[in-house]
Design a protein. Structure first.
Lengths: 102, 313
């Protein structure tokens, strides 16, 4: 059985926490191929699930430890698509975040 | 008889193997072993790699020593045993955490039928490690459970400060109650903050777009109603069920999540640039962390999954 693809399988991406204001930002290399509706974070296992219009994908790395409290206190996440050459942002999106506990 | 078994166990500690060998037949009991039960914490490796004299003797007697300890009143005898160098930290912590769990069960605070029983046991393990001064062990367990290690330690220290003469088992139970109250308050504060944010954003959205459907209910609640709902949720969920479940339980009660008030929002070019600049500034000041480090030229340091910031009082 083949493993389901994750965001990290498809592109370079990283999750940043700004400790100044508690905000979470995801930087990603490419545009998504489906409409991103929201994100879901599992406080149980650290999975971050991207919920698109027609599919779901996990981020691909568990986000526990220091990440947990910031996710738990957040209601939305900023996503910035980056130009990898110039290191400048191309487009930005803010999506709702929900927390699950299983 | 348990007291006799306990007495024999203490005598063994003082007099050595010979006495234990003679006492062993009377000590052997059929029940499961404390050490065997708790090897999952990680003590299995330590014990198999370097078995201490005590664990050796304990195994030789069908785990009668540990079995006796777990059934015995906590007193000076146990305190003395816990100070012995030949016990590993995990072994000592196991004795304490099992006492705490037994006390919690005896007092009706937890039941082995609880959905969160395994989690409760792990928290007891963490308190066991704190009780014997093993900060690293406690912090590691707490981190894996998603509990702030500082809350864990503060709960324990408060229990000790307020009850200096209490037994170790009582301190464990009181620590649990302190931790429960701390987490309850944190969840309540977070829920209240979410509520306020929801109300603010809904207000903002009303000025630019119609409110999203289904988001009106939660924002209509007062802080007092929210607190009351949280208490109901906690009661329904049992002792540990409420831990880390506050927001989702509230969502269950109202049939919608606090986050339902938010919609995705495409950022303007100016907003996109501003968000990036904010992140970059924070990063340069050393106030960011990320999963992988610096792939995007932001300069965030990789996530630290564990910080030993414990301060034992």
């Amino acid at each position: 059985m083949s493993k389901r693809k994750t965001i990290l399988d498809e592109m370079i991406a990283d999750v940043y926490v700004n400790k100044d204001d508690g905000s979470i930002t995801i930087l990603h290399e490419k545009p998504f191929d489906d409409e991103l509706l929201n994100l879901q974070y599992s406080a149980h296992n650290g999975d971050l699930i991207f919920q698109f219009k027609d599919k779901e994908m996990k981020f691909g790395e568990e986000l526990l430890g220091e990440f947990l409290s910031y996710f738990r206190d957040s209601t939305h996440i900023t996503l910035l698509q980056m130009d990898m050459k110039t290191k400048n942002p191309i487009a930005g999106l803010e999506v709702p975040l929900s927390i699950i506990y299983h | 008889m348990v007291p006799l078994v306990y007495g024999a166990g203490v005598a063994v500690m003082a007099a050595g193997r010979f006495l234990l060998a003679r006492a062993a037949p009377a000590l052997i009991r059929g029940a499961g072993s404390l050490f065997t039960k708790k090897l999952t914490i990680g003590s299995a490796i330590a014990m198999s790699a370097a078995p201490t004299a005590l664990s050796f003797l304990d195994n030789k007697t069908g785990n009668a020593i540990s079995e006796a300890l777990i059934k015995s009143p906590v007193g000076q005898g146990l305190e003395k045993l816990l100070s012995m160098n030949e016990w590993s930290q995990d072994q000592k912590a196991s004795v304490v955490s099992n006492l705490v769990i037994d006390q919690l069960e005896a007092r009706g605070s937890v039941s082995s039928n609880d959905a969160d029983y395994e989690r409760t046991k792990k928290i007891a393990d963490a308190f066991g490690h704190i009780a014997i001064g093993d900060q690293i062990g406690a912090a590691t367990i707490a981190t894996n459970l998603g509990i702030n290690t500082s809350d864990l330690v503060a709960s324990y220290n408060e229990a000790k400060d307020q009850n200096p003469n209490a037994s170790m088992a009582d301190i464990g139970v009181l620590s649990f109650n302190n931790l429960r109250n701390k987490i309850r308050q944190q969840e309540l504060d977070a829920s209240t903050q979410n509520l306020q944010q929801t109300q603010q954003i809904e207000q903002k959205q009303r000025t630019v777009a119609p409110s999203p459907s289904g988001s009106a209910g939660i924002s209509a609640l007062s802080g007092k109603q929210l607190s009351s709902a949280f208490d109901t949720a906690a009661d329904n969920a049992g002792f540990m069920g409420m831990v880390l479940k506050g927001v989702s339980l509230l969502a269950g009660i109202f049939g919608e999540s606090v986050q339902a008030g938010f919609q995705k929002w495409a950022l303007s070019n100016m907003e996109t640039t501003a968000r990036h600049a904010t992140l970059e500034t924070a990063s340069k000041a050393g106030n960011t962390f990320s999963k992988f480090g610096d792939a995007f030229g932001i300069g965030g340091k990789p996530n630290l999954t564990y910080t030993n910031d414990l301060e034992m009082g």
